[in-house]
Ligand binder design. Structure first.
Ligand SMILES: NC(=O)N[C@@H](CC(=O)O)C(=O)O
Ligand SMILES: [Zn+2]
Ligand SMILES: [Zn+2]
Length: 424
């Protein structure tokens, strides 16, 4: 028995089209996409008024296993992802131990094989222990299944090491994804340095931390003529630099998180530590530039940077609490609420940013709904609304400043490799 999705709007990125179609799934494949398909013996999903999207692809998330299972596991992370419409997630290596050698990688892959209900693909560390001193064996990691390398969570302070890593990653042909924040400039800062940090007397992080690091890495990418992917850009200056670099032909791609395009440092006043994240929540002017960057293609992707933490961790004093916002299950709704409903972007743009482009950057054959391809699909309603509550979250990490916020856009079904892995 297969699945027949009736009367939904199918998005085709390459044709830039939205068409009313039926989609037939048999086994793990999309068998047929036609105007009218009838098959009584299949499970029928009525998608009238709904959009049928290629499953979302998150190029940047933290699932915490091994080592921090109290924050998230592969099982809970993949469930949360599925409920957010994601069928593919790339997970960062900052676990305990971190994914800096083949043995740790294989152990992780075994957990993924056992527990994940969607595609979860590992990213390997750039340096041993993510300490920024000595490179990992990038080639061996690649041969054993990493899709990219990153020391995310940690900047690569040594320019010499960064150059070496970029050369290696590019030679192999996998992305190097940077957490661009100069540690020295960050110092003991907790939130954006500006009016809110001043008002609340909380140590600030100067925007130069991000800007200076991105400047350095863009220079490197330009001089070496190599590819670079910048994680979670958040400042208007960084976006301007990346826009300029792209104009000059530098091979740079970048992502933005949903929290950085929807809220500002101002939420810290009411919500405190829950809004503590790297890079920090910024200002209205930064959001204006982020939206401009999303529209003009300077920003290639929306990535969640899903960073679940426990209540105990986040209830610590703001100086001691860890950085990070949990968000993989509401990312799509944030895009609908803050980008589509505010008429900055349309659903085709969102699919490009949340599925098609990340697939291209991570070099996987996904992000498109076409006959003969693996049935990774999200069926969504752009008009349905709901309030974010802890009890409707699958992630162990309830650390989101959006608790209590009413959002538009629901994921009604998620289908991964032909299996319904989530239904609302
Ligand atoms: N974004 C965060 O604030 N935290 C991330 C690390 C990271 O993405 O830098 C985490 O692992 O918790
Ligand atoms: Zn990071
Ligand atoms: Zn991250």
């Amino acid at each position: 028995m297969g699945i027949l999705i009736k009367n939904g709007y199918v998005i085709d990125i390459e044709e830039n089209s939205v068409k009313k179609r039926d989609v037939l799934i048999e086994g793990e494949l999309i068998k047929k996409i036609e105007e009218n398909i009838n098959f009584k013996e299949h499970e029928i999903i009525d998608a009238t008024g709904l959009y049928i999207l290629p499953g979302l692809v998150d190029m940047h998330a933290h699932f915490r296993e091994p080592g921090y299972e109290y924050k998230e596991t592969i099982k809970t992370g993949s469930l949360a992802a599925a409920s957010g419409g994601y069928t593919t997630v790339f997970i960062m290596p900052n676990t305990k131990p971190c994914i800096d050698n083949v043995q740790n990688l294989i152990r992780l892959k075994n957990i993924i094989d056992r527990d994940s209900i969607i595609n979860v693909y590992p990213i390997g560390a750039v340096s041993i222990g993510q300490k920024g001193k000595k490179l990992t064996d990038i080639k061996e990691l690649y041969k054993n299944g990493v899709y990219g390398i990153s020391d995310d969570g940690q900047p690569i302070m040594s320019e010499v090491l960064m150059e070496e890593a970029m050369k290696k990653a590019n030679k192999i042909g996998i992305p190097i994804m940077t957490h661009s924040e100069d540690k020295e400039i960050v110092g003991n800062g907790c939130i954006n340095k500006g009016k809110v940090s001043k008002e609340l007397g909380i140590s600030g992080i100067s925007r130069d931390a991000e800007n200076e690091m991105i400047k350095r890495d863009l220079k490197l990418a330009k001089r070496l003529n190599l590819k670079l992917h910048v994680c979670h850009v958040s400042t208007k200056e960084a976006i301007n630099m990346i826009r300029e670099a792209k104009k000059q032909g530098v091979h740079v791609t970048c992502e933005v998180t949903p929290h950085h395009f929807s809220i500002t440092e101002d939420v810290i006043r009411d919500k405190g530590t829950i809004g503590k994240v790297n890079p920090p929540l910024r200002t209205k002017e930064d959001i204006v530039e982020i939206i401009k960057g999303l529209k003009d293609g300077t920003i290639d992707a929306i990535a969640t940077d899903h960073a679940p933490h426990s209540k105990e961790d986040k209830e610590l004093d703001i100086q001691k609490a860890p950085f990070g916002i949990s968000g993989i299950e509401i990312a799509f709704s944030l895009a609908v609420t803050y980008l589509i409903k505010k008429e900055h972007l349309d659903i085709v743009d969102i699919v490009k940013l949340m599925s098609y482009n990340p697939s291209k950057i991570m070099r996987i054959d996904k992000g498109m709904i076409k006959e003969g391809s693996i049935a990774d699909i999200a069926i969504v309603d752009l008009n349905n609304q709901y309030v974010v509550t802890e009890s409707n979250m699958y992630s162990k990490g309830k650390n989101t400043p959006f608790l209590g916020t009413k959002l538009s856009g629901t994921v009604n079904y998620t289908i991964a490799s032909g299996n319904i892995v989530y239904r609302r």
